[in-house]
Design a protein around this ligand. Structure first.
Ligand code: FAD
Length: 429
């Protein structure tokens, strides 16, 4: 019998030696050795997922991080209301993944079609399967087309939602541009919780700005499934000062709940009557994006319960969820929140992989809204884990003052832009 080649003998000896080492280390040591180069898979390359992937890698370069994102260009929603109002171009909202890759992260532009949380595997739409030690799910929201009778994906081509930035944003802008002076824009806003609580009111404001400057005989009706909304006093103060008589907000108690839409005539039907629009914007109710339920991390509410210290799902061990998809208690669904959560989640994932105990965090959110190009307002909060949720830290945070001088509003508008530039540079730059 011929002697094995040098290389294969080395491999055999290496195997025996490794076996010996594993035996000598015992079960715990074997697990630690097997975990020396752990694998983390992140689903969703938005404000939450892309940040989390980069932060895990920067905290521990040994960890193999794979980011799976359906699209090769990310289109940011913050400031997309300015695109609708013709104040900004969509290309200013677009970001690539070159710098994420340059950090040593394996970025795969595919859609995840299945997750096996028991086997710890993820399947992609090309059939490829990836295994992980810990999975991070940050897929954002999906629009509930089942929640508003008459509203379908086809209807959204006539009555755009524009609640995911991209073609829908441009469609709504083009419709406004094509509308005659004296036209009626009708918007509908959903009940809580939903992506970006002040977003519909910022949108109403900026559309009103467009109407005031281009089609001053027009008006906007905002049908709301709520009786109160984020930064309400500040918005109402601004509407009175900047757009008197132009914006009509219809609350839930006064017939704001839309029970059906009729796309053929761009009509919103409520229990109190119908509103026929020249331009119609339906912001439907939402839930965690579909891949969250594929991963088994969604509960009956359609959102994902998590441990607020680690962002690990309370339904599936080894799977962390963050961003818009989670039940975050007092913390709103915003890019700022998703980014804060990504920091905490990344540290917790690294700690857990390295068998350390994650510390209890404090998280911050600030939401800026533009009411006009040089008129900004904001709300800020600090959150901490309590009773299994993220709750407001009493006395921390606050909102912009009422009756502030123009210079304060103008300064907040510049802060808003600076915030957008900073966060997008941090996530994608
Ligand atoms: P997303 O940013 O939606 O990222 C999720 C990613 O997951 C997407 O890129 C998606 O393609 C990917 N994905 C989903 N499913 C799969 C799958 N199966 N396989 C692969 N990839 C998948 N927030 C602020 O902080 N400030 C603002 O001023 C602000 N303004 C807004 C204005 C508007 C009009 C809107 C609509 C939102 C605004 N937001 C704002 C909210 C902000 O956009 C979201 O809160 C934020 O994008 C949430 O980040 P995320 O990472 O959870 O989800």
């Amino acid at each position: 019998m011929r002697a094995p080649k040098q290389s294969s003998r080395r491999a055999v000896l290496g195997g025996i030696a490794a076996g010996g080492v594993l035996a000598a280390l015992g079960m715990h040591g074997a697990r630690a050795a097997a975990k020396s180069a752990p694998r983390v898979v992140v689903i969703g390359g938005g404000f939450g997922g892309a940040s989390c992937a980069r932060l895990i890698k920067s905290e521990d370069r040994e960890i193999a991080v794979t980011l799976i994102e359906a699209n090769s260009t990310y289109i940011a929603c913050p400031f997309s209301n300015s695109v609708i109002a013709g104040l900004r171009e969509l290309k200013q909202q677009q970001f690539g993944y070159g710098r994420v890759r340059a950090d040593g992260i394996d970025v795969i532009h595919r859609r995840v079609t299945a997750v096996d949380a028991k086997q710890r595997t993820v399947r992609l739409d090309d059939g490829k399967q990836l295994s992980y030690d810990r999975l991070v799910v940050a897929p954002g929201v999906e629009l509930r087309f089942d929640a508003v009778p008459g509203y379908t994906e086809a209807a959204a081509e006539i009555m755009p939602h524009a609640w995911k930035a991209g073609e829908q944003t441009l469609l709504l802008r083009r419709q406004l541009e094509a509308m005659k002076d004296g036209g009626v824009v009708v918007m509908s806003a959903p009940a809580n919780p939903f992506r970006c609580p002040p977003g519909p009111y910022e949108r109403a404001s900026l559309i009103a700005h467009y109407l005031k400057t281009h089609k001053p005989r027009s008006k906007l009706i905002l049908l709301d499934a709520k009786d109160a909304f984020s930064k309400q006093k500040l918005f109402e103060e601004a509407w009175q000062a900047l757009y008197p008589g132009m914006i009509e907000w219809v609350s839930l108690s006064f017939g704001g709940q839309v029970t059906r839409v009729e796309p053929d005539t761009r009509t919103f039907v409520t229990e109190f009557g119908s509103h026929r629009a020249d331009v119609a914007n339906v912001i439907p109710p939402q839930r965690a994006a579909a891949v969250a339920s594929l991963a088994g991390v969604t509960d009956q509410t359609g959102w994902c319960p998590v441990d607020p210290v680690t962002f690990e799902s309370t339904l599936q061990p080894g799977v962390h969820v963050l961003g818009d998809a989670i039940i975050a208690g007092g913390m709103p669904k915003s890019a700022f929140s998703a980014n804060s959560q990504a920091r905490v989640c990344a540290t917790a994932v690294v700690d857990l992989l390295r068998e350390r105990t994650p510390a209890s965090p404090k998280l911050i959110n600030t939401c800026y809204s533009l009411v006009a190009p040089e008129y900004g307002i904001s709300i800020a909060g600090v959150y901490q884990p309590a009773n299994g949720l993220l709750t407001d830290v009493p006395g921390a945070g606050g909102v912009s003052p009422l009756n502030a001088p123009k210079s304060v509003r103008a300064q907040e508008a510049t802060f808003a832009e600076a915030w957008f530039n900073t966060i997008t540079r941090g996530v994608f730059g």
